[in-house]
Write a protein that binds this ligand. Sequence first.
Ligand code: UD1
Length: 417
Amino acid sequence: MDTIRIVGGNKLSGEVSISTAKNSVLPLMASTILCGDKCIISNAAMLEDVFVLGNILKSLNMDVQIDENSKRVIIDSSKINNTDPKNELVKKMRASFLIMGPMLSKFGHFKISLPGGCNIGTRPIDLHLKGFSALGADITIGHGFVEAKAKKLKGNKVYLDFPSVGATENILMAAVLAEGETIIENAAEEPEIEDLARLINSMGGKVIGAGTETIHVIGVKNLKGTNHKPIYDRIEAGTFMIGAVLTKSKIQINGINEEHLKPIIAKLREMGVIIEIDNCILRINGDVDLKPVDIKTMPYPGFPTDMQAQITGLLSTIKGTSVITETIFENRFMYVQEMNRMGANIKIDGRSAIIEGVEKLTGAEVKATDLRAGAALILCGLAAEGETVVSDIFHIDRGYHNIEEKFQNLGANIERI
Ligand code: UD1
């Protein structure tokens, strides 16, 4: 199995270009089930998860072409005739649950294996199912499967107990071909949801208010094919920003949206990092004195849970005490013992990590426990003294395209073995 080997200590310099967002491309691909025509997602991130979802859609008899050279995902759903996706693929990836909403909307039926994915908590899907029930679906769960049936979906008011990203997306997609109006209240406001609504509207759907806490979906009878470019990956951009600061470097990051990065930029500036922004370009200077900060992860526009491990890595090198509180997932500190093996001094107290900054990290053999944790260990390796080897990097490939190549181009001593 591949590992990533890093010899720490090199300063980074130059430019890196950010890919489009994994968390956009996946729901966008799932939404093409609704379409019944040809859709093109251009400039798509060529990630492992994208290929897995592509194969799941193929198992529904959709025609899916993922062209790595042109970075286009071309999906023709006109021949879709199957509502039983291949379950060994579904189990591979948590985001496969995103096909539930569109399948229910299009066919009034789905049956899928309860999804797998990153090892960061139990991650139930009760809110998704509650929304489907409100639209008129009968849900049954048993033998590891969830099945939903509806003669006719009808728009309704759905209040989410928590602004779940996946539940918002799934209920929104289920409502697209339903009869009448659906109102999702306490919806997640993540930019990826706005992106999904943009694609659905360009297919002829009627979604109003995505990106705010109340979303209105007015059901339409059918949709048409379209061409869509997803938003940039704010988490990938944030990961490179932290990489620059950890290595006390100055780099330029191309392909950002300042609005989407606000919570990350605000915290880094509070620490003392110098950041300049010019449209879609961000220049970051981490060669400065830094202060510890306290952070609480929150739903957007709060500080993203998907940046928690990376910023913990950074704070572990800043003199003083920082506290990070994780409010979204109950089990997202599994990487801490790996970071401590690299010399960090982090203690867990309930849902908080108490970080005492150390003089330096030291290279070690460590294991990626999930996607973002894996990226954080790479960042620590870039700053650590000596050699770090990160194993289980299949987690990292799910969400970062050629991460080692991008860091090599910035001057890091990093390779895939
Ligand atoms: C999405 C992102 C993931 C990110 C997360 C939070 C994708 C493909 N993944 O995941 O990268 O970390 O948002 O920003 O977009 N919950 C329930 N019941 C439900 C649904 C969720 O209790 O039915 C809970 C979860 O267990 C978790 C919290 O709500 O504690 C947030 O989960 P959610 O926003 O749904 O995350 P995902 O959509 O799975």
